[in-house]
Ligand binder design. Structure first.
Ligand SMILES: Cc1cc2nc3c(=O)[nH]c(=O)nc-3n(C[C@H](O)[C@H](O)[C@H](O)COP(=O)(O)OP(=O)(O)OC[C@H]3O[C@@H](n4cnc5c(N)ncnc54)[C@H](O)[C@@H]3O)c2cc1C
Length: 134
């Protein structure tokens, strides 16, 4: 996955599948608007990538931001959550990271953030399912 696709660059086969799915899943007036956008290629293909983390820390290494978790763009929360990771990590290591203090500080960071970021990724998945994604 490298970038979004403009309508002109989306393969016809993909557009045909989208038309078929839209016709089955969407009621009027949305289906007409969707089919019009597909037929005139007036749409963007934005890849949706999600990553649900099982952990954020291993020994003396901690991950923040998209390196640690990737929600669907529809959540509009990836950047904000990434900043919150950085703030919490900063607080956890503020008293120093010499010796075992580093491991304790990072474990604290993970305990503060893991559930929250998992919920964020899950919210994007739930939103996608509500739109009929199998
Ligand atoms: C379509 C879309 C819409 C979004 N809309 C929103 C929104 O409305 N609100 C919101 O809060 N979030 C939104 N996000 C999410 C948000 O953009 C990300 O969560 C945020 O940018 C993550 O920040 P980051 O610093 O962790 O990673 P990034 O922003 O990806 O930064 C990582 C940086 O590391 C660089 N890099 C990679 N590899 C190397 C290397 N080997 N050496 C040196 N540098 C390297 C990259 O070039 C990049 O500049 C959206 C994302 C997408 C894809």
């Amino acid at each position: 996955m490298r970038h979004s696709l403009k309508g002109a660059d989306i393969p016809q086969e993909t557009l045909d599948k989208l038309s078929e799915q839209a016709s089955k899943k969407w009621p009027e007036p949305w289906v007409s608007a969707t089919l019009h956008a597909i037929h005139t290629r007036n749409l963007l293909g934005i890849p949706i990538k999600e990553y649900m983390p099982d952990n954020l820390v291993k020994e003396r290494i901690a991950l923040i931001g998209d390196a640690a978790h990737v929600p669907a763009p529809i959540t509009a929360s990836g950047f904000n959550t990434s900043l919150q990771d950085a703030v919490e990590l900063g607080k956890c290591v503020a008293k120093g990271v010499k010796g075992d203090a580093a491991v304790r500080a990072l474990a604290k960071y993970e305990s503060l953030r893991l559930n929250k970021v998992q919920r964020m990724v899950q919210s994007g998945k739930s939103f996608s399912y509500s739109y009929g994604r199998s």
